[in-house]
Design a binder for this molecule. Structure first.
Ligand code: PRP
Length: 220
């Protein structure tokens, strides 16, 4: 088999990876041993299928690799799909993992006196400036976004801005930083995502993997 016949499956590092691993097993994919070693510097991994290679990259970068066709399949959060809106990405399957929500939050001592419905302008720290601006624009509010890549919850405490837009799962991070969720923007789960052009040129190979993942999700 030439390397051109190989499919690349891009997976996100971090907490989603733990939830993806059992799904891989249900779909009959066994990565080489180094995949389970958190200290390994290796980024690309063979699997028990000679035509399937796995790469491990940052969550936002999974979407970029798949959109540009450098990977043909990927596990991408709905948050990332909404933020980038890449036309080359097709998300045929909800993997029902990584469940959380994207929400607006602010300090607990601001909640009682705040009137979000009267805002005309809001300054927000977020990893999601695109979603945030669209969300507020829908009700005529201009959102000024300060882009952060993590630890958004620190922004209000340190006076960067009073509101944040971030993912909330258990709510523990908000609570630990004196913040309260005041508005939900979207429910988020991870999606199996494919490159549209690859699906056209290699329909059987890619559809086969979509079906295997579908059966894995239905059986889990
Ligand atoms: C995410 C998110 C919040 C936290 C929410 O960060 O950005 O900070 O999880 O989870 P909780 O509601 O269960 O506390 P993550 O830990 O994935 O790291 P990041 O800041 O690098 O995105």
């Amino acid at each position: 088999m030439s390397s051109d016949d190989k499919l690349i499956l891009a997976l996100p590092k971090g907490r989603i990876l733990k939830e993806v691993t059992p799904l891989l097993a249900c779909a009959g994919i066994i990565p080489e041993a180094a995949f389970d070693d958190p200290d390994a510097r290796q980024l690309s991994f063979a699997t028990n299928h000679p035509d399937l290679q796995i790469i491990r990259v940052r969550a936002f970068d999974v979407a970029t690799f798949v959109a540009f066709g450098a990977a043909q399949l990927g596990v991408v959060g709905k948050d990332v799909l909404m933020e980038f809106d890449y036309s080359e990405l097709y998300a045929p399957l909800d993997l029902k993992i990584g469940k959380c929500r994207l929400a607006v939050a602010e300090p607990i001592d601001l909640v009682e006196k705040d009137q979000p419905r009267r805002w005309s302008h809001v300054r927000v720290a977020t990893k999601y400036p695109g979603i945030t601006q669209r969300h507020f624009a829908e009700r005529g509010v201009q959102a000024e976004c300060i882009k952060l890549n993590g630890a958004m919850e620190l922004a209000p405490t340190l006076g960067l801005c009073r509101r944040i837009v971030d993912l909330v799962s258990t709510g523990n991070t908000l609570k630990a930083n004196g913040l309260v969720e005041i508005e939900q923007i979207a429910d988020i789960t991870s999606q199996l995502t494919v490159n549209r052009a690859a699906l056209k040129t290699r329909p059987e190979q890619i559809s086969g993997w979509i079906e295997r993942f579908r059966e894995a999700v239905d059986g889990s």
